[in-house]
Write a protein that binds this ligand. Structure first.
Ligand code: UDP
Length: 413
């Protein structure tokens, strides 16, 4: 008999288009992990809240894994924080749906604290073992963002409760495990550190010069790639200021992210619109017009070109629980410069695949860029190490095996 697992990922539909402000790492994690678990023989139902009235109730992710849309709240993307008030109705909707369809799950794996809160209710009502992956911790985010953190006050209390109620917690970094212990007094014995992975088929090294030409740059440019959602906490302001400090015309920067678009580049007038307006102002302030290109959001299958073309991929986040773009860039053979926060501290192995800098410090970032540019053999070494390093540590099949092992243990208890 296959093990039936329910994933709760209320605001992380695995089939949503990526790049905009709502959909990023969690959607990718849930899609990859559910698909790979299905390959191992688990049966997966992934529950996400509907975001359009036209979405089908169920849609296949792969054989053995499907998404089911929870019809609660408005059928459109909403601000994450608004989800909190919907949780009691979500829990009721799920219970009713399971009863109506006579679904009997063996295990719940919830993602992010909203889903964790619902999982606590369902696990007790239905008597099902439970696992939680947080994807982000309120207490850490609050420290990093201060008054700019939009999370509701109740978040920390809910997260603490999840830590004390769930059977297992999957932390994606050793740092997260110690945060769970220090901030929420979580029993370390129930926390297992398992990183997120990277799809090594989708993210592959392509010839660099050809990739540069294909995305509109010259092989002579020193190309800096950034990929991610255009949120303030991603630190694009730090990146732009650092490029201004380095003051080298050879550098071109390509920024991939924002609402999905088929265009290659956004025009100057498009940069005057949300969510780019603030960056347009910074381009003028730092005298970078003509040196920085925005492409809008791109589907994952197009990203290998941008990472492979890069002379370096830069991840300047103020806060980054894991950092999937780091492992994706490495899988494409790019070196990295990243801020020393969250998962990036572990992934970006200093002086092996890249360099770290102090978050929010453009002078430090500028120094690291200069270091890499002034000594090409260093960058060559990082580029050579990148792919073997992620193949060894971050393949989804190895990651999924470890998650499956956690499930087997929880089910046997
Ligand atoms: N991404 C994408 N297209 C874009 C921008 C981002 O597909 O235009 C994907 C990217 O490949 C990565 C995810 O969105 O898998 C972002 O995950 P990450 O962990 O870096 O950040 P998060 O979104 O969780 O803050």
């Amino acid at each position: 008999m296959p093990v039936n697992v329910t994933f709760l990922s209320l605001h992380g539909d695995p089939l949503a288009p990526l790049g905009g402000s709502h959909h990023g790492g969690q959607n990718v994690y849930v899609k990859e992990l559910s698909s790979h678990l299905a390959d191992l023989g688990f049966e997966l139902d992934v529950y996400s809240r509907w975001e359009s009235p036209d979405q089908p109730l169920t849609a296949p992710i792969t054989e053995g894994a499907r998404v089911i849309r929870i019809k609660v709240g408005p059928p459109k993307p909403i601000q994450k924080e608004e989800t909190l008030s919907l949780l009691p109705n979500v829990a009721r909707w799920l219970s009713g749906f399971w009863k109506e369809h006579q679904f009997n799950y063996d295990l719940i794996h919830s993602h992010y604290y909203f889903s964790g809160a619902v999982a606590i209710y369902l696990k007790d009502t239905w008597g099902i073992p439970s696992c939680q992956t947080f994807h982000s911790l309120g207490a850490v985010k609050q420290k990093a963002l201060g008054s700019k953190d939009p999370s509701p006050k109740q978040r920390l209390k809910i997260e603490r409760r999840i830590c004390h109620s769930m059977d297992r917690i999957i932390a994606t970094t050793p740092q997260e495990k110690s945060d769970l212990r220090n901030l929420y007094e979580t029993n370390p014995e129930k926390v297992k550190v398992i990183p997120a992975g990277v799809n090594l088929e989708l993210f592959r090294p392509l010839p660099q010069d050809e990739s540069k030409l294909e995305i509109g740059f010259s092989p002579r440019d020193f190309l800096v790639t950034f990929v991610g959602r255009l949120e303030e906490r991603k630190g694009i302001d730090t990146l732009l200021e650092a490029i201004h400090i380095v003051n080298n015309d050879k550098i071109q920067v390509v920024i991939v992210g924002g609402p999905p678009t088929k265009k290659d580049f956004l025009s100057w007038s498009e940069l005057g619109e949300k969510p780019y307006r603030e960056y347009q102002r910074l381009l003028e302030k730092f005298d970078l017009v003509g040196q920085v290109t925005f492409t809008g959001g791109k589907p994952q299958h197009m990203l290998s070109r941008y990472y492979s073309a890069a002379d370096v991929t830069i991840i300047p986040s103020y806060y980054e629980p894991f950092g999937l773009t780091a492992v994706e860039a490495l899988a494409c053979g790019s070196s990295l410069i990243a801020s020393s926060v969250g998962g990036l501290q572990t992934i970006v192995k200093q002086d092996h695949v890249g360099l770290q800098f102090e978050p929010r410090n453009p002078d430090d970032l500028a120094d690291q860029i200069q270091r890499l540019m002034s000594y090409p053999p260093l960058n060559e070494k990082f580029r050579k190490n990148a792919r073997p390093y992620v193949e060894e540590k971050y393949s989804w099949s190895a990651v999924t095996e470890q998650v499956a092992e956690v499930y087997r243990k929880v089910l046997s208890e």
